[in-house]
Write a protein that binds this ligand. Structure first.
Ligand code: UMA
Length: 486
């Protein structure tokens, strides 16, 4: 029997992954066919596969409302479950709220039905790797762990399978957090807060406020894991206490004497000393070796610190965490090797969809490097890339809609001619990988895709962009192989 009954008129907004998962869930819980369930979407449904799905839902008595003119019909419902891509803070939703319609996100609906402890991870960057690592630690240690959320699996689809003995590991975005009311993770993690999605939020304050909805309902028996190396978190969350959770701070900076055994470190900290990660709680220090750390890049060190803290707080033994770390395989499109041609390695970090992620990505490569930047501009400040690029990068290849903006901003920022002759426009990834290879032919090094932009100008999503990049590398490999053997 379903955990949920639909007895009042309900609407789902957005006919994407989330919307469809919610529709399936509501359909399973609808007691009487007459109870209206609506699906509202701004854009017409045109895609072949979506049209087929629409027909099936319509046959199951779901009423489709398409386009702004139909929006007013949402006044007749009691509750709206909003997809993350739809801005629920827009005046049209405020009007409905004033009329008494409850507007919630899918994670809020799911949370109300989940009895298991929830570990929720947010942050501008690193969320997917961190939740995957927590899930890996927990499953390796025998937990009944469920991995869901912004990572691509709506948690509502898992609700019926989750029991009180499970643990739910959720990646949550600021969009999902906008419409929560009771959502209260037992363990929250905030990895970092740097500018992103400024096409949706008026400013950083509004973006941070959405992220902090994660912790507002937490109580004294809950935990909040935070990154001490993140300026915004250090200054804002520490000085104003948000929620009542116990705070656990992690840092990747290596401390001085007394940090190897934790004797000089206060409780509730996680840190690095030597080649080991340490955690201290209730006067006891524990550590795991990082000698077999499988992940590249400084940002991944932060992800490991956060994931270890969260898994440990959820009850995973420290030895189990240490043993399973080397077996973790990183996720696709995150510092993923796309192959080597001679002495040049191609790295796919398509997930670097904002400036901060691109900075970390570039910063974690020591070899001579050509960087591919560009895509759909999300209002990021590309000038921030200037100093690191002029110091570390041999050449920049610019692609997509944001190419001109990036070029202009970098030229403004780096006035000392450092970038003269270093920036090149390219039409697509085939041209980019070919050009990158030519530019590094003598020295060797890395051609890095770290776009600092969203993918939606030329691709369906960042995964699609990464796949196209990898295919371009494969094509170049074949072309060179064929030329060499002819
Ligand atoms: N739509 C409207 N009006 C709008 C905007 C969208 O009607 O103003 C409609 C679109 O026409 C489309 C549907 O809404 O039919 C799409 O809904 P959606 O954008 O919420 O996308 P989903 O397919 O439901 O995917 C969402 C997340 N997408 C976004 O947050 C934009 C996915 O995160 C997530 O994996 C999925 O739910 C499952 O939880 C993607 C993402 O880019 C990966 N997230 C951002 C990020 O990580 O930076 C936040």
């Amino acid at each position: 029997m379903s955990k949920f009954s639909v007895t009042e008129p309900t609407a789902v907004v957005g006919f994407g992954k989330t919307g469809r998962a919610v529709l399936d869930f509501l359909l399973a819980g609808r007691k009487k066919e007459e109870t209206p369930i609506y699906l509202y979407n701004d854009a017409p449904v045109t895609d072949g596969e979506a049209l087929k799905a629409k027909e099936i839902y319509e046959n199951n008595n779901i009423t489709f409302l398409i386009g702004e003119k139909q929006f007013e019909r949402l006044q007749t419902v009691t509750r709206i479950v909003l997809s993350p891509g739809v801005n629920g803070r827009a005046p049209r939703f405020d009007r409905l709220r004033r009329q008494g319609v409850e507007i919630i996100s899918e994670i809020e609906l799911a949370f109300r039905l989940i009895e298991a402890p929830v570990i929720a991870v947010t942050g501008t960057n690193g969320k997917s790797t961190t939740v995957s690592l927590i899930h890996h630690f927990l499953t390796s240690c025998g937990f009944d762990s469920f991995l869901a959320g912004n990572i691509g699996q709506p948690v509502i689809s898992e609700v019926e399978k989750i029991s009180a003995n499970s643990v739910v590991v959720l990646e949550v975005s600021s969009f999902q957090l906008e419409e929560v009311l009771q959502f209260r993770p037992h363990i929250s993690v905030i990895l970092n807060v740097t500018p992103d999605h400024l096409d949706r939020y008026p400013d950083m304050e509004a973006y941070l406020a959405a992220k902090l909805n994660l912790v507002g309902n937490q109580g004294e028996n809950d935990y909040l894991v935070l990154n001490r190396d993140d300026e915004v978190l250090r200054e804002r969350v520490k000085e104003n206490r948000y929620g009542n959770a116990k705070q656990i701070w992690f840092t990747r900076s290596t401390g001085g004497p007394g940090t190897e055994d934790g004797s000089k470190v206060p409780d509730n900290n996680v840190w690095i000393s030597g080649n080991a990660l340490h955690m201290k709680r209730e006067g006891v220090s524990e550590s795991i070796s990082l000698e077999k750390n499988p992940l590249r890049g400084v940002h991944n060190l932060e992800n490991i610190l956060a994931a270890t803290a969260a898994a440990r707080l959820a009850g995973a033994p420290i030895e189990g965490i240490e043993k399973s770390l080397p077996r973790f395989r990183g996720l696709p499109h995150r510092m993923e090797s796309a192959g080597k041609i001679g002495n040049i390695e191609f790295i796919n970090d398509s997930k670097a969809t904002n400036v901060d992620a691109a900075l970390k990505s570039i910063g974690s490569i020591d070899e001579p490097m050509v960087v591919i930047l560009g895509g759909k501009d999300k209002g990021g400040d590309f000038r921030m890339l200037g100093p690191l690029i002029s110091e570390r990068v041999e050449h920049v290849l610019l692609v997509g809609h944001a190419a001109d903006t990036i070029r202009r901003q970098l030229e403004q920022e780096v006035k000392n001619n450092d970038l003269q002759g270093k920036m090149h426009g390219v039409e697509n990834f085939d041209e980019a990988v070919e050009k990158g290879r030519q530019l590094l032919a003598k020295k060797g090094g890395v051609v890095l895709l770290a776009p600092a932009c969203a993918s939606f100008d030329m691709f369906k999503n960042f995964e699609h962009r990464g796949e196209v990049f990898k295919e371009a590398v494969e094509r170049l490999k074949k072309k060179i192989g064929a030329a060499a053997s002819s």
